[in-house]
Design a binder for this molecule. Sequence first.
Ligand code: PXP
Length: 265
Amino acid sequence: MSPTTHLRLGVNIDHVATIRNARGGEHPDPVRAAKVAAAAGADGITAHLREDRRHIRDGDIARLKDDIGLPLNLEMAATPEMLKIALRHTPHACCIVPERREEVTTEGGLDAAGLHNHLAPVVARLSDKGIRVSLFINAETRQLEAARSLGAHIVELHTGAYCEAALAHENAKRDAELARLAEAARNGAAMGLEVHAGHGLTFDTVAPVAAMPELMELNIGHFLIGEAIFTGLEGSIRRMRVLMDEARQGGRASLPGASETKGRT
Ligand code: PXP
């Protein structure tokens, strides 16, 4: 695969809804944010409909599907309720994530291996409707193999542990996590899976991940929405796009640590 293959950016707009819901009204509207993201170079929109509806609501999903003109990646737990919603709205893709009511964010990858029997009918029903199915997993061979045996089209590798180590300047752990991600990206692609990555990525951490040639898409949310407070949403997305493209083209940004100062411009 050419290292210059376009790396898609999926912008997760959940936390626009978090701010909206803090006051219970309609502002800021995540669909408006999705349209800004499209204009700023996003290739897709990601939204997580949680069981407790803490950010994205059911009505947002219908509008995101119909109004934005970009592929919608619906993150969801593998529950009967979410399956029904996904089958009704038929998003471009569904990313199945583990979900615990008390967690602040998606804490770890899905145990695709241990949950095979639970996941198999969900993957099959979504696939039968023409929805691409992604599994959000840790970068482990056993989870990649489970995803393949389930017939998932995509795996999204959890980058949280790498990002935490990088931001804490735990360099040995950061490099070990990066190596694990790179190996999983290679193995996943060799198995015929489309490989994505995401969680916790920032201007300072994106480059070494974006430089992995097997990756086809990154999904990024919290940092972009937070940064938008300072630079505007369009500005934060455009900057991320530039960093991703530079890394993909083998620029300085792809060296571990090189983006630590670069990203703060
Ligand atoms: N990918 C998946 C599967 C996620 O669950 C999330 C968080 O909702 C993200 C990517 C984006 O993570 P962040 O908001 O930390 O960028």
